[in-house]
Design a protein around this ligand. Structure first.
Ligand code: SF4
Length: 709
């Protein structure tokens, strides 16, 4: 029999935060796989979207970074690792620990993230480890922390099927979280009474199943949700008992809401919405207990991102609709492991295991656990500030892991210049030629998705295993191994003794439960139930929602059903929201507002999805969407090229005229890079304004102008 017997392995999709389970049938000899959805995975039950189902087309080796190199010459691993360790040590010796930094990624596995964060914050002694999750999730993190005292997503995907109403805010889930959207669509089909409301400036594919679309003017979500809070109060839709017993700050939050939304008429005018539509939305929200509000980058990527998140949570707290089946605010995570990165402390203000620098006890506790006297005492630079500090020469060495900031950061031309000026740039990646690897002094080949082995956490707090399907290609190594080797060369042998990923996972799990008392809800993220896993149990680990501890050995679907929050008083916090305008408003030189986002069939900077021919057919090149009235005003002709300029940079894109776009605004997808198009990068246009609380950049609102090319 000439037929090869295919081995099947269950793993997880490496793209979005839905975190779908995949069953891969592997032909080792031909280095090929057949992909199917994992029917037993509770996050997708066998469903996959276009990106996940074409993963087999992306595992070729031609585009891979396969050998380490130093200053353009291929070299041995020891030479490359020595170079990284020596250069970091000599810069630290001369300029102190804050002169070096790590910039990580939501593509890293939890184990990779854990050791990178431990090296920088625990042993180098600087807070300078931030991640590209700053660009996608940090406003949700800050909003959760303000409301609940912890970065907790209370609900789960099953709630989609139990809800009476689902509100999608700033989320084109049909394209960006397709399998969750399919699940919502199926829920609507089996229960036509399920109300779907989409709040988005654009008419997107997500509106296909909407009972109501509110095309809100970009950036006005806090006005709308303050208005909703006011309405709930006026129409006796509050859960007074819940407010009194389980929350604090109600009267101040209500006062702010009243101050900012005098009447529905005024509110509709400010948000550029139809008054009847606003009233209908309010009426529906007030009339259903089981309401879910799903939010994503349209909320987070804003200079008021954190306030937007809290204005949404305020409404759920007011109705007591949180922590129970079919209800609650629900943050859709951007990346496959943005949640895992938050769990290990990958953002520069965090320390580890949902502990952060704001609490001296946390610093002391983590230092004792890691047995270090070098622990950082304060947050490091956040993404935008980090690249500014590199530009200014304050940070002299940076190690970028699994991300492409020369494309994805706001003000991306300055980021490029920053790396060109930087004394020492290390990039570990699985792809050889990216806009960022082009500027690296040392390139370290990391394993790609089909070779990676470890854990990721998705939007519903579910920890799943990514399992290796193949041996590492070329000389590629796991990220955790690379970091561990550098750490040992820097003299931290004992603390980085790991010889396998399970040892790291166990340590991470043990730290999460270290001096934690779940009865007091002192720390929500507690997976101490995994602290004793052996290799076999780790290999067999089934998708599980944290916490996993003595109280919840099998995990927990919903948090806050017991009304215990992680704030000092144990109560949820209403936050007073005063709406603010965007950081930079349109003006006579730059009269249009640029909005940015993802496409259905591409992922981030296309380094992997562009390898799948099928995915490139959807939208083959960079384009700009413009409303017909603006197109005529600016003399734009369909399918011709246009130049878009902002005060920060410019790019060229193909004109698409569509009334799905609001007048006065443009939309450009985020994906294209110098590698796939000579027309420019969206990131070069985007203003580097950030939210004052979360430091998340305002990627949805940049003043621009457009002209024919
Ligand atoms: Fe992968 Fe997200 Fe698509 Fe699921 S929805 S298959 S996780 S890209």
């Amino acid at each position: 029999d000439e037929q090869t017997e295919l081995k099947s392995i269950n793993t997880t999709c490496p793209y979005c935060g839905v975190g779908c389970g995949i069953t891969a049938s592997i032909d080792q000899a031909k280095h090929q796989i057949v992909i199917q959805g994992d029917e037993s995975h509770p996050s997708n039950f066998g469903r996959l979207c276009s990106k996940g189902s074409t993963l087999a087309d992306t595992i070729e080796l031609k585009s891979r970074l396969l050998e380490p190199s130093v200053y353009g010459h291929d070299c041995s691993w020891s030479e490359a690792l020595d170079m990284v360790a020596d250069s970091f040590m000599s810069i630290i010796k001369k300029h102190g620990p804050d002169a070096v930094a790590i910039y990580g990624s939501g593509q890293l596995l939890t184990e990779d993230y854990y050791v990178a964060n431990k090296l920088m914050k625990g042993f180098i002694g600087s807070g300078n480890m931030d991640t590209n999750s700053r660009l996608c999730m940090s406003s949700a993190v800050a909003g959760h922390k303000r409301a609940f005292g912890s970065d907790t997503v209370p609900g789960c995907y099953e709630d989609f099927e139990q809800a009476e109403m689902i509100v999608l805010v700033g989320s084109n889930a049909a394209w960006c979280h397709p399998v969750s959207f399919q699940r919502i669509r199926a829920a609507k089909e089996s229960n036509p009474d399920l109300k779907i409301v989409v709040i988005d400036p654009r008419l997107t594919s997500s509106c296909d199943i909407a009972d109501l679309h509110l095309p809100i003017a970009i950036g006005n979500d806090t006005i709308l949700f303050n208005g909703l809070l006011n309405y709930l109060n006026q129409h006796n839709a509050l859960d007074q008992n819940y407010i009194q017993q389980h929350t604090e700050g109600w009267s101040d939050a209500l006062k702010s809401a009243q101050d900012s939304s005098s009447s529905t008429e005024r509110l509709a005018e400010q948000c550029k919405l139809d008054k009847q539509d606003v009233e209908l939305f309010f009426k529906w929200f007030a009339g259903h207990k089981k309401v879910m509000t799903l939010f994503s980058q349209g909320v987070n990527q804003s200079s008021s991102g954190t306030d937007k998140v809290n204005s949404i949570i305020n409404c759920h707290l007011a109705m007591g609709s949180i922590g129970k089946p079919g209800m609650g605010p629900f943050s859709l995570t951007g990346q496959p492991n943005a949640m895992g990165g938050r769990e290990v402390g990958g953002l520069a203000h965090q320390l580890a295991a949902h502990m952060d620098f704001s609490n001296p006890d946390d610093i002391d506790r983590v230092a004792r656990f890691w047995n270090t006297d070098h622990i950082a005492q304060k947050p490091g630079y956040f993404a935008v500030d980090l690249f500014d500090a590199i530009y200014d020469g304050k940070v002299k060495a940076v190690w970028i892991m699994g991300t492409n900031p020369v494309v994805s950061m706001p003000n991306a031309d300055k980021v490029k210049q920053a790396l060109q000026r930087c004394d020492f740039v290390v990039v570990s990646d699985c792809i050889a030629a990216t806009d960022t690897t082009a500027l690296a002094h040392v390139k370290l080949p990391a394993v790609g998705w089909s070779e990676k082995d470890g854990t990721v956490t998705n939007s519903e707090r579910r920890i799943s295993r990514q399992r290796a399907l193949f041996k590492p290609a070329g000389s590629a190594k796991p990220d955790w191994w690379i970091v561990t080797q550098v750490a040992r060369r820097m003299g931290y042998e004992e603390a980085f003794h790991y010889s396998s990923n399970v040892e790291i996972f166990r340590e991470h799990a043990a730290l999460s439960g270290f001096e934690n008392n779940p009865q007091q809800h002192s720390r929500d993220f507690d997976i101490s139930g995994f602290a004793e896993l052996n290799q076999d149990e780790y290999d067999q680990l089934q998708p599980t929602q944290w916490p996993v501890n003595k109280a919840h050995p099998q995990g927990l679907q919903r948090i806050f059903a017991d009304y215990k929050f992680s704030s000092p008083s144990g109560k949820a916090q209403f936050i007073s929201i005063k709406p603010r305008s965007a950081g930079n408003l349109p003006n006579k030189d730059y009269p249009l507002i640029l909005n940015t986002g993802r496409l259905r069939d591409q992922w981030h900077t296309m380094t992997r999805t562009a390898l799948a021919a099928k995915l490139n057919q959807h939208k083959p090149e960079p384009f700009v969407e413009i409303h017909p009235v603006d197109a005529s005003h600016y003399k734009m002709v369909k399918d011709t090229l246009a130049v878009i300029e902002s005060p920060w940079g410019k790019m060229i894109a193909r004109v698409q005229i569509t009334d799905t776009q609001q007048q006065g605004t443009l939309f450009v997808p985020m994906h294209w890079t110098a590698q796939y198009s000579s027309l420019g990068r969206m990131g070069a246009l985007v203003n580097p304004v950030v939210d004052p609380i979360s430091s998340q950049p305002e990627s949805k609102h940049t003043p621009v102008r457009i002209k024919a090319y």
